[in-house]
Design a protein around this ligand. Structure first.
Ligand SMILES: [Mg+2]
Length: 252
């Protein structure tokens, strides 16, 4: 049986708003060959539609909303399965709101059962203080992913994990670990897609998230050197992918 590809986005399909040409040819060929693939991303910001549009603007064709599984979706599904209550406050953007609504949560900023934390690039002290109040009143903290910092063209910006850590410090409450490299996002994605670990291959540019997730779960991995890590990082980090390519077109 042909394996299903679970493909990372930033650093693998594009860098910010810059297309990675070989990645586009690879995906277009998968579509032509009717091979199954999904995008597995820690990025909780965009809705499925916004993800499609973001890729179309760079030149991708044939990408559908159902191709995306995000850390926001994994977080919302995980919370629905493991906890009572369906009232949620969130610090995040459209993608997190959509994921919560899709799982039957209602947004409530006065009496929430949960505070979800995804990346909110317009997060304010006021929003954080409102979330803190809800958490101190007993709401459960759920961070979508724990990326510490995010690579930007001119350096780095604060990642969602650093914001989640702030709430953990303030409330002495721990968030479950959802996004890559933690098992939850893979388990929820496999459940959602009706796949088993042996049915999938993880593709990504980040050894510490994409590839580590595969290594920890005995899932086949393809490391592509178009993003944050290079070949020399493999030994330094001691994280060994199944396959290494410099351009995804080498897989065709
Ligand atoms: Mg990446």
């Amino acid at each position: 049986m042909k394996k299903t590809y679970l493909i990372d986005l930033d650093g693998t399909m594009y860098r910010g708003t810059l297309l990675i040409e070989g990645a586009m040819h690879f995906v277009h060929e998968l579509i032509k060959r009717k091979e199954e693939f999904y995008f597995l991303t820690n990025n909780a910001k965009r809705t499925k539609r916004q993800n499609v549009e973001h890729m179309e603007r760079m030149g991708y064709c044939g990408i559908k909303e159902e191709h995306f599984f995000t850390s926001a979706m994994a977080a919302a599904i995980y919370a629905r399965k493991h906890y009572e209550g369906r009232k949620a406050y969130y610090i995040g953007q459209d993608g997190l709101r959509e994921a919560l609504e899709d799982e039957g949560f209602t947004i409530d900023d006065t009496n929430a059962d949960f505070v979800f934390v995804g990346l909110d690039t317009s997060g304010t002290y006021e929003k954080y203080s409102k979330a803190l109040k809800l958490l101190l009143n007993g709401a459960k903290l759920i961070g979508t992913n724990d990326d510490r910092i995010l690579a930007q063209p001119d350096g780095f910006s604060i990642g969602n994990g650093s914001v989640v850590a702030m709430f953990e410090y303030a409330t002495q409450q721990k968030s479950p670990k959802i996004g890559k490299p933690h098992d939850t996002i893979l388990e929820e994605a496999l459940d959602f897609l009706h796949k088993k670990k042996e049915d999938v291959i993880l593709i990504g540019d980040n050894l510490e998230t994409d590839i580590l997730l595969g290594v920890r779960n005995q899932v086949e991995t393809i490391f592509v050197t178009t993003g944050v890590h290079q070949r020399e990082d493999i030994d330094r980090l001691g994280i060994h992918p199944t396959h290494i390519v410099d351009d995804l077109q080498e897989l065709l």
